[in-house]
Write a protein that binds this ligand. Structure first.
Ligand code: SF4
Ligand code: SF4
Length: 429
């Protein structure tokens, strides 16, 4: 057995003679003595137990060729064995907020899914379910709760179909929180609601400037009131979009949430991301912020700072995990309000990145989305590959105007991985 390519090790200055080891393929984190580490690296003598542990955690592998073949087949294997289909469904492009950074701004308006398109969606979902697939839907917008009757009928019909075929149907809602009352959550839970992703952009003055109602009025108070009212009922995933100028004030939001009575232990996750620049000179937030992120030094510093502040106050943060762009997962699709299909919510409305329709099915997007962009020597030799897989196609397109290569995260991971892992290890201490 030999040492995997996919690892990073760091000395532990506070613990002389010991090191921190991160096996990135399994996201395993170990603390071990330098002498044991030296034996692992040099192929020295190990006890059977040590050997088994290092193999299980992906630190030792049979050969680099076999490891490389395994990496190359990652998504083929995942896609072939996936039991669940994941759909992001856009019910409406209407929204009661007018966030200046909204990427849907150019095509937002009175456009909602017709009953014919909703029927077609159900037909496709029933086909998946008939093949024994579970279905997870993220209801999305615009503001998904502005289409509540449609959301309820869609979920109820999918739930009935799941019962008929003996599979599981669950759904999440992406909501700005304005209409997220306890009554609404109580109505949606029996239909399969599992989590709500919502947004607070910092303390009231910042949030109200970044996420005003269409009328211009601030939305902070009503959203906080709603989150307080529902956070014991449903898992809340709270995000927020910061700028270089305002991220240091986001801890004020955390204190306001605590003072209002929000119990961090009941939340699913809280995490903040930078408002992203759009290619047209505007800015972009929300959905892309959940996976796209910048590599500029101030963004790295802001992420680490905010993670520290969250952990210090007992808020749950997402842990280090293997991650890849949704485009790699053949069973994940975004359904536009008009039945168009995409591979990422931020590509909605971009004709060249439309991959098909509910009526015609999914076409071949291998070339348009540069599917194998990470299958190059540099990435295959990179310890960060399991955490990156070539980064974000959308972000690359922002930078160069095309999905013509990777969005390399090496600089960002070099600068932050060790601190992220140390932060994770400090949770609960
Ligand atoms: S292109 Fe991929 S990584 Fe980037 S925002 Fe879309 S789904 Fe996320
Ligand atoms: S894009 Fe960069 S960080 Fe990501 S796997 Fe390739 S070389 Fe590594």
């Amino acid at each position: 057995m030999i040492l995997s390519r996919f690892h990073k090790s760091y000395p532990l200055p506070d613990k002389p003679g010991r090191i921190l080891l991160i096996a990135t393929r399994r996201c395993a984190v170990l603390e071990l003595s330098e002498s044991l580490w030296s034996r692992v690296r040099s192929g020295g003598e190990l006890t059977q137990k040590e050997r088994e542990t290092f193999i299980r955690l992906g630190v030792l592998v049979e050969s680099h060729e076999a490891e490389r073949a395994g990496m190359l087949a990652t998504f083929d294997n995942i896609n072939a064995s996936a039991k669940r289909i994941e759909l992001t469904v856009t019910l409406t492009l209407e929204c009661n907020l007018a966030c200046p950074y909204c990427f849907e701004d150019p095509f937002r308006g009175h456009l909602s899914m017709s009953s014919e398109t909703a029927d077609l969606l159900l037909e496709r979902v029933r086909e998946y379910m008939a093949k024994g697939r579970d279905v997870l839907v993220d209801y999305y917008g615009g503001e998904a709760l502005m289409a509540l009757p449609l959301l309820k009928s869609s979920a109820a019909r999918m739930q009935a179909a799941a019962l008929e075929f003996g599979v599981v149907f669950t759904f999440n809602v992406f909501s700005n929180g304005v209409l997220l009352t306890r009554k609404v959550v109580e109505e949606l839970l029996p239909l399969g609601l599992t989590a709500v992703r919502t947004t607070l952009d910092g303390p009231p003055d910042i949030h109200n400037a970044q996420r005003p109602f269409v009328s211009g009025k601030g939305s902070f108070d009503i959203i906080l009131k709603n989150l307080l009212a529902v956070h014991d009922l449903v898992a809340l995933d709270i995000g927020g979009n910061y700028t270089r100028e305002n991220y240091r004030r986001f801890p004020e939001l955390l204190d306001i949430m605590l003072e209002a009575g929000i119990d961090p232990a009941r939340l699913k996750a809280v995490g903040f991301s930078p408002v992203m620049p759009k290619s047209d000179g505007g800015v972009l937030g929300d959905h892309a912020a959940t996976c796209a992120c910048g590599s500029e030094p101030w963004v790295i510093e802001a992420n680490l700072f905010l993670r520290d502040e969250l952990i210090r106050r007992g808020f749950p943060v997402s842990k280090l995990q293997a991650s890849a762009c949704m485009i790699e997962f053949a069973n994940d699709l975004v359904v536009g309000y008009d039945g168009s299909l995409y591979k990422c919510p931020v590509f909605m409305g971009q004709e060249e990145l439309r991959v098909g329709s509910l009526a015609d099915g999914v076409g071949d997007y291998r070339k348009s989305h540069n599917l194998d962009l990470w299958k190059n020597e540099e990435c295959l030799e990179c310890a960060y590959l399991p955490l990156c897989f070539g980064g974000c196609r959308f972000f690359r397109k922002l930078q160069t105007g095309a999905i013509d290569g990777v969005d390399c995260r090496r600089g960002m991971l070099d600068a932050s991985l060790e601190r992220i892992v140390r932060q994770d290890l400090s949770v609960g201490k």
